[in-house]
Design a protein around this ligand. Structure first.
Ligand code: PEP
Length: 254
């Protein structure tokens, strides 16, 4: 089964101005439209969501960085999944470790993932261990996180999810400190097995499992080929136009 690879750009709380955001978006779109083997989901801060021309045309899409689980009402500061969709989003990150560090729980991630699906968004559900211990306790951490974060997801929707495996200790580092491709491969196999136990073999085969954590031009090809990742989630390097466009080209060539 051929699954189209997906490259997710998580801009976090960057850039500072709408003008910079529009320039970054244009540069990504110009490069990506010649790269038919990858889909690109650009996730800017929500305030910039309405800025971009022709989102969702071709293979470049807009993603939100988070959504709220309620559909509307008295929730100051929150943004509903349907509102993100109405402003052009097709994807949303859910349960990023930086949000979990602010107190977001697996149960909330599950509510948000279900809300995103209801609104027609593709959720990119983030999981990952804080540390790797030699006794393998991190396998238990990952299993519990996956099961609880996907608790409310119906079997019929499971294969449309994207799971982003992001070991916390690798996020924001440089490529030398990213996880090696062999370990990424082994962990993706493990995640697929947990997914199969919950949703069945067929859904587990189809779901896209991507890797995030210090992905850079120097390691993206190995992560996607040897690591067998169905894509990558890129943080700091998604803000550097030359690096990110080179990474898209590498991913398209894998
Ligand atoms: C991230 O924000 O999830 C991430 C993977 O960041 P970085 O690429 O900077 O490690």
């Amino acid at each position: 089964m051929i699954k189209k690879k997906i490259i997710v750009a998580n801009w976090k709380m960057n850039p500072k101005t709408p003008r910079e955001a529009a320039a970054l978006w244009d540069a990504v779109r110009r490069t990506a439209r010649n790269l038919p083997r990858v889909d690109v989901a650009v996730c800017p801060p929500a305030v910039f969501l309405g800025l971009f021309s022709s989102p969702g045309r071709g293979n470049v899409f807009i993603g939100a960085q988070d959504v709220f689980w309620e559909q509307g009402g008295a929730y100051t500061g929150q943004i509903a999944a349907a509102q993100m969709a109405a402003c052009g989003a097709r994807f949303t990150i859910v349960g990023h470790s930086e949000r979990r560090a602010l107190g977001e729980t697996d149960e909330q991630v599950s509510l948000k993932t279900r809300a995103a699906l209801k609104a027609g968004l593709t959720p990119i559900v983030c999981v990952g261990e804080m540390t790797r211990d030699s006794a393998g306790a991190f396998f238990g951490v990952l299993t519990a996180q996956l099961q609880a974060s996907l608790d409310l997801i119906p079997r019929t929707a499971a294969s449309s999810l994207v799971i982003a495996y992001e070991p916390l200790w690798a996020i924001g580092r440089n490529f030398r400190e990213a996880m090696d491709s062999q370990t990424i491969h082994e962990t993706i196999i493990f995640i697929r097995k947990v997914f199969a136990d919950k949703f069945g073999q067929e859904a587990a085969k189809r779901v896209r499992i991507i890797y995030g954590g210090a992905v850079e031009p120097k390691n993206i090809a190995a992560i996607m080929s040897d690591g067998r990742a169905d894509g990558v989630l890129v943080g700091h390097k998604s803000l550097v136009v030359s690096d990110f466009t080179n990474m898209l080209k590498s991913a398209n060539a894998v």
